[in-house]
Ligand binder design. Structure first.
Ligand SMILES: Cc1cc2nc3c(=O)[nH]c(=O)nc-3n(C[C@H](O)[C@H](O)[C@H](O)COP(=O)(O)OP(=O)(O)OC[C@H]3O[C@@H](n4cnc5c(N)ncnc54)[C@H](O)[C@@H]3O)c2cc1C
Length: 393
């Protein structure tokens, strides 16, 4: 046990992701001893990934699918800095933020999620809407929905990335806009199979659902360029080009004016700044952690969620793993503070996936076992997700 005279340790959490939300909630119920706790996150709330596609489809309000970090830190007695971390000074144990003086720490935990990869292709950063940060994605989606409602004009949507995120986004958007005349949703995927990390039965079923919902699939197509068309009247026209020469652009001749958006939902990648911090990362820039969720190179630094790769147990970058790591992360932070040895955590090799299809149905998969989309599975998913969110209210 720490001596009473010992000064409190500074525990700093970077990113209000799923694991950290659980750490904060656990700290409210069972406080970590002798610490000054702080959270640094980009905004005052954070989305719960399980309900995000449902929100886009119109099933949930924004607040129903967001965890209020301001309330959570208030209840946890933690200091909350709404700011963006841009670097770490590991020689002096300091966090460097965009608009704040450096923040000192004794123990650090990082749960900042990931960003879509290949935003570096020409035009992507300027003209596409990245799926992360989610706040920006939702703001653009709301703007588009308002424009469509106001002007009732046709809309073309391009979605780049056919993993689970891209597929769910396409179905959610189609569900929300299905009454819109002139709606076209195009989904581009480099791989010939959709959702490559899923069982072939899931891939087949989802492809069937997408085709039935008239979503145009461009499989085996690698998007390599986005460019603004030099047109006088419609200055906003964007052309998307694939390596094969295939391209998507707005057809002004039919409708006069039309709205178009390109959403970027490619595989998860790590932010650039992490690579220069001195933390050991994998070849993609994700922080390598041991079974205890401690950094391979710095044992006083923990990482979880998408940004961490468990060196012995790599798993897909999905919210479900970030959620599951919350409790072991909290327990190991406690053990570390008390000077005890942190315990190993081994994530399950497979997990139950309930994937919404945007129309009040969901499909289920675990390992080789898949159930096709049904309303019953959606009710089950909805119940699990709402129950998860209740613990933060
Ligand atoms: C469209 C879409 C749909 C998805 N649907 C699902 C789904 O149904 N089920 C599922 O399991 N997964 C889904 N995912 C994946 C899921 O979103 C991620 O795996 C999950 O959010 C990872 O959780 P996390 O805790 O690692 O980080 P996040 O939930 O991304 O949280 C990171 C937090 O850190 C903050 N942050 C980031 N960078 C900084 C910084 N530099 N400084 C300060 N704060 C920072 C962010 O603002 C955010 O609050 C989906 C992804 C997308 C894009």
């Amino acid at each position: 046990m720490p001596q009473k005279s010992q000064p409190p340790k500074k525990l700093v959490l970077i990113g209000g992701g799923h694991s950290h939300a659980i750490v904060l909630r656990s700290h409210i119920n069972n406080p970590l001893p002798n610490i000054h706790l702080s959270l640094i996150s980009e905004s005052s709330d954070t989305p719960y990934s399980g309900m995000l596609p449902g929100h886009i489809a119109g099933f949930y309000t924004r607040s129903e699918c967001h965890i209020n970090l301001q309330h959570l830190t208030n209840f946890a007695g933690a200091k909350f800095y709404i700011n963006r971390v841009i670097n770490l000074d590991l020689n002096n144990n300091r966090v460097i933020c965009e608009n704040l003086p450096p923040i000192d720490f004794d123990i650090l935990s990082i749960d900042i999620g990931s960003i879509p990869a290949t935003l570096t292709i020409p035009g992507a950063a300027e003209y596409a809407i990245a799926a992360k940060p989610v706040g920006k994605l939702l703001a653009e989606w709301e703007k588009l929905c308002n424009q469509i409602q106001e002007y009732q004009l046709p809309v073309h949507i391009g979605i780049v990335g056919g993993g689970a995120g891209g597929v769910e986004l396409a179905l959610a958007m189609q569900a929300k806009l299905h009454n819109q005349t002139g709606l076209e949703i195009h989904l581009f995927n480099r791989d010939r199979n959709l959702m490559p990390s899923y069982h072939p039965s899931v891939q087949r079923l989802m492809k069937k659902v997408l085709l039935k919902r008239k979503i145009k699939l461009h499989l085996g197509e690698t998007v390599c360029k986005l460019e603004k068309q030099a047109e006088q009247v419609n200055k906003d026209k964007i052309k998307l080009t694939c390596e094969s020469g295939l391209n998507l652009e707005c057809d002004r001749s039919k409708a006069g004016t039309l709205y178009h958006r390109i959403f970027w939902v490619t595989e998860a990648s790590a932010p650039q700044w992490l690579k220069t911090t001195g933390l050991t990362t994998d070849e993609k820039g994700f922080i390598l952690v041991k079974n205890t969720l401690q950094s391979l190179s710095h044992s006083h630094i923990f990482a979880s969620g998408d940004i961490a790769t468990m060196v012995n147990h790599p798993r897909p970058k999905a919210g479900v793993f970030a959620v599951r790591q919350g409790k072991p992360l909290f327990n190991n932070l406690r053990r570390y503070i008390l000077g005890e040895t942190p315990q190993n955590y081994i994530p399950q090799p497979d997990y139950l996936s309930l994937i919404g299809t945007g129309d009040g149905k969901a499909l289920a998969n675990r390992g080789n076992f898949t159930l096709p989309p049904s309303r019953l599975l959606w009710f089950w998913k909805d119940w699990i997700d709402r129950k998860f969110m209740q613990q933060f209210q």
